[in-house]
Design a protein around this ligand. Structure first.
Ligand SMILES: Cc1cc2nc3c(=O)[nH]c(=O)nc-3n(C[C@H](O)[C@H](O)[C@H](O)COP(=O)(O)OP(=O)(O)OC[C@H]3O[C@@H](n4cnc5c(N)ncnc54)[C@H](O)[C@@H]3O)c2cc1C
Length: 807
């Protein structure tokens, strides 16, 4: 093959010509960056894209991913017209079949989301299922959720259409051009080496799909993704289908763990095996081509039997083709996209396991992010920064396999998944387990959710309803509200800033007040477009030394944010793992603290939002007088090796004060009755300071990132507002994403909620259109398909003026 003429420079080089890379190329060019190039080692589609089953649907556990899936499906017509290349699109509509009451409940939750997202989904009866798809035996089903937008396409056609449409917009792509090295220049740009020459690119994007890990390794990046083997089969012609003049709808049967659709005059049926088979754990060979893997029907025999009962015609028809091909999964099944933390101008879009449902949305988001500096909607569920160093390749394989196996397995709100546990623990782990802790995992770290009566009692059954932990959590809440409780706080993020320029830098990136030495403030952090990008507690340890405390989950995303344009006179480090600790809260917390510190912690000497670097329990600590429980309380941070000593001291000093450990569920309950939101649920980049109410912490008398947008919104007034609701319901609470309705129409959605144990009310927080946000407004909240009356609250239900906290 003759050497091709590669450009010597490009704004962006996209590595990999699967559906994801081609979609990113298309969006960049469509939005105006013409100097963009895609390099593909073989032909386009040479990874997993060519052998996909081509089924497309909108449902996803994350509403913003659902939105992007809907966008993806709508986009196919546009790229087909623009490129002149057929994508083989069939929008047949599709259904999600519920054969158990639990799956019916699950789908009711999905239906509720669709209501406020404006997606066209409706329930149909088993009879209607059989009318729309006569090959299905309806006796197995309670109901089905129907979605107008679902269907199928030709995967290769779609990938080529993206690439050719990108070309129409001015982009270039080169096939048979493997990238063999990526090397960064001092100016931050990248030299991308191929056998045909080197392209210098301002930014590069790893869209390596099956080779995402290998492309990452070129730069020392270990992405925790794992290709998995996956089977689907195609039947011989089925006479009933051949006799039809309309195409059958697509479908998913969760219990049978199958997806299916019409393929020519037969059927295509795929399944996620109960025991997933990771493929090429050690690395994908560069010479893997347009190849399939040996199939093994034994692995899917049970699933096939079930599907033959439910769609008997499939069992009766012969099997024409069996496909076993690999595709790449991430640890939680969602894509990993965005700028890679710790790198400059290095982007990735990998682990996209449903590329034909999600590729368009991933392309849109990546292009917005690269061109505007931030995506137009919160894509936290896809952000590569939701994993850190702890997400090692081994952990990635274990969790990706678990996720593959659970693709069509329900996860309940109170469920903690079993694989990849104990990845990170603190010194207190065994101690808390011995006391009955039921653990969850956040950003890789085990943390206590609630405490049973000893280890044998620490179990619960996954459910949508109030679960077994309910009464135990009530006990923990009572301890904090009446006596004193302690919660481990290793899982809070800690960010340390030092240097003469630290105060000025923080004043610019934070919208709120930066405290004077020895004090704490709470502040929102905004994006240039005025979206929330953090709610942080700022501690001033010295005039040139600050610690920021924030969401543990966001710590890598925040690191990426802080490192982006750090001035030379400021040093920054994510020190989350260097500081563990315990927060003690409750009316007796001061008495307890006074017993284990020589510092004067009396109300006058150590005021609300004061901090000290002192000794507690005989170990050096940072002591913050602040609490998220809404009670008098203190956060005591120590180095990890002092944690047991500190915990022992707290426990011993608290014996006669009623001390008890409490977990995250109690904390989440208490913050509800204080009407405080939490990051990733109530506070996230989908919302602004004014919408979330965080604008009360803004210091308007200074310049800060996002000020113009925040000021404009202040003047115009926010279009929606975060409100607190009390719901008239028994035995079940909201979790999140339920629709809020007024006169039958969706006016908002629940961002978080649960049971507020002290005030004994079922509560929610949620965003509603501003005109309906007044206190006293009566609305309805949909929980598992039932509408419940709810009232928007004014002041917090507990300690409205904060007197207890400030005592
Ligand atoms: C059996 C099966 C059924 C599926 N069914 C569906 C379905 O019904 N619906 C759905 O939405 N999804 C389905 N998928 C998943 C879908 O195929 C993937 O999500 C999608 O292909 C991912 O696309 P990608 O671009 O990320 O990766 P890939 O398709 O793997 O593309 C990566 C590309 O990068 C290139 N590349 C790698 N390294 C380099 C390098 N160094 N230099 C240059 N180029 C490089 C590769 O050659 C390859 O072409 C299925 C997958 C399988 C295996």
């Amino acid at each position: 093959m003759s050497k091709k003429e590669l450009p010597s420079h490009a704004k962006v080089v996209v590595i990999g010509g699967g559906v994801v890379g081609c979609s990113i190329l298309f969006h960049l060019a469509k939005f105006g960056w013409k100097d963009v190039v895609l390099l593909e080692r073989d032909e386009l589609t040479s990874g997993s894209s060519w052998h996909a089953a081509g089924q497309i649907h909108t449902i996803s556990s994350d509403p913003n991913i659902s939105r992007l899936q809907s966008y993806t499906i709508d986009l196919y017509k546009e790229i087909e017209e623009l490129s002149g290349h057929s994508v083989g699109l069939h929008i047949t509509g599709g259904f999600y079949l519920a054969s158990t009451p639990e799956w019916y409940d699950y789908l009711k939750r999905e239906r509720s989301k669709a209501r406020y997202m404006g997606l066209n989904q409706e329930f149909i009866s088993p009879k209607e299922v059989a009318e729309r798809h006569p090959l299905i035996d309806p006796k197995h089903y309670h109901a089905a959720l129907w979605d107008d937008q679902d269907g199928d396409l030709d995967p290769s056609g779609a990938t080529y259409a993206f690439a050719k449409a990108a070309k129409v917009h001015g982009a270039q792509y080169f096939t048979h051009t493997p990238v063999t090295a990526t090397q960064q220049r001092p100016d931050g740009s990248w030299d991308v080496t191929t056998p045909d020459g080197v392209i210098n690119a301002e930014m590069i994007v790893n869209c390596g799909g099956l080779w995402a890990r290998e492309v990452g390794h070129m730069q020392g990046i270990n992405l925790p993704v794992q290709p998995m083997e996956h089977h689907y089969l195609i039947t011989e012609e089925i006479p009933e289908i051949a006799a039809r003049d309309t195409r059958l709808p697509a479908g998913i049967d969760y219990e049978a763990n199958i997806y299916f659709r019409q393929e020519r005059n037969g059927m295509l049926l795929g399944t996620y095996e109960p025991r997933g088979t990771p493929w090429k754990v050690g690395g994908t060979p560069w010479d893997f081509g347009h190849e399939l893997l040996p199939h093994d029907l034994d692995r899917i025999a049970e699933r096939l039997e079930m599907s033959f009962e439910r769609i008997p015609a499939i069992g009766e028809a012969g099997i024409k083709d069996i496909i076993n091909g690999p595709f790449t999964f991430g640890p939680d099944g969602n894509p990993m996209i965005g700028p890679v933390p710790g790198m400059t101008n290095y982007w990735c879009a990998v682990g996209v396991m449903a590329g034909f449902c999600q590729g368009g949305g991933v392309g849109l988001t990546m292009a917005e992010w690269m061109m505007d500096g931030e995506p137009s909607i919160d894509v936290w569920a896809m952000d590569v920064a939701r994993f850190g160093d702890w997400a090692t390749p081994d952990w990635g394989t274990v969790k990706s396999t678990e996720n593959y196996e659970r693709r069509f397995v329900m996860t309940f709100p109170n469920e903690t998944l079993p694989k990849g546990r104990l990845q990170k623990t603190t010194a207190l782990y065994d101690r808390l387990i011995a006391k009955g802790a039921r653990m969850g995992q956040g950003f890789g770290l085990e943390n206590a959710l609630w405490f049973a009566d000893g280890p044998d009692d620490a179990h619960e059954v996954p459910t949508f309803e109030r679960n077994r932990s309910h009464d135990y959590v009530a006990r923990e809440v009572a301890t904090v509200r009446n006596d004193v409780g302690g919660i481990e706080i290793a899982n809070f993020a800690k960010h340390e800033f030092k240097g003469v320029g630290a105060r000025a830098y923080l004043d610019r990136i934070l919208a709120g007040f930066v405290p004077k030495s020895g004090r704490l403030t709470l502040t929102p952090m905004l994006t240039p477009k005025g979206k929330l990008y953090g709610d942080l507690t700022v501690a001033c340890l010295a005039d040139d030394h600050f610690m920021l405390f924030g969401s543990g989950a966001m710590q890598e995303a925040h690191r990426r944010w802080f490192e982006k344009d750090l001035p030379d006179d400021v040093s920054y480090q994510n020190v989350s793992d260097d500081w563990h600790g315990v927060a003690i809260s409750g009316p007796q917390s001061r008495a307890l603290l006074a017993r284990i510190t020589r510092a004067d912690v009396s109300a006058d000497a150590f005021k609300f939002r004061d901090l000290r670097q002192t000794y507690v329990g005989g170990v050096p600590v940072i002591l913050n007088r602040i609490s998220f429980s809404g009670e008098l309380g203190y956060e005591v941070y120590c180095r990890p090796h002092y944690l047991i000593k500190l915990a022992e001291a707290i426990e011993e000093a608290g014996v006669d004060l009623g001390y008890r450990w409490y977990g995250a569920r109690a904390l989440m309950s208490m913050r509800l009755e204080k009407a405080w939101g939490v990051w990733t649920l109530d506070y996230r980049p989908d919302f602004t300071a004014a919408q979330s109410g965080m604008d009360v912490f803004i210091n308007w008398n200074k310049d800060f990132v996002g000020k113009d947008a925040a000021l404009a919104e202040k003047t115009a007034g926010p279009d929606k507002k975060l409100v607190t609701l009390v719901i008239d319901v028994e035995g079940i609470d909201v979790s999140n994403d339920e629709a809020i309705l007024l006169d039958g129409a969706a006016v908002g959605y629940v961002s978080s909620g649960g049971y507020a144990h002290h005030v004994k009310k079922s509560m929610a927080m949620g965003y509603v259109a501003a005109e309906h946000a007044a206190a006293g407004t009566c609305v309805q909240v949909e929980i598992l398909g039932q509408m419940y009356d709810a009232e928007i609250q004014g002041a917090p239900l507990y300690d409205a003026n904060g007197a207890n906290m400030r005592a």
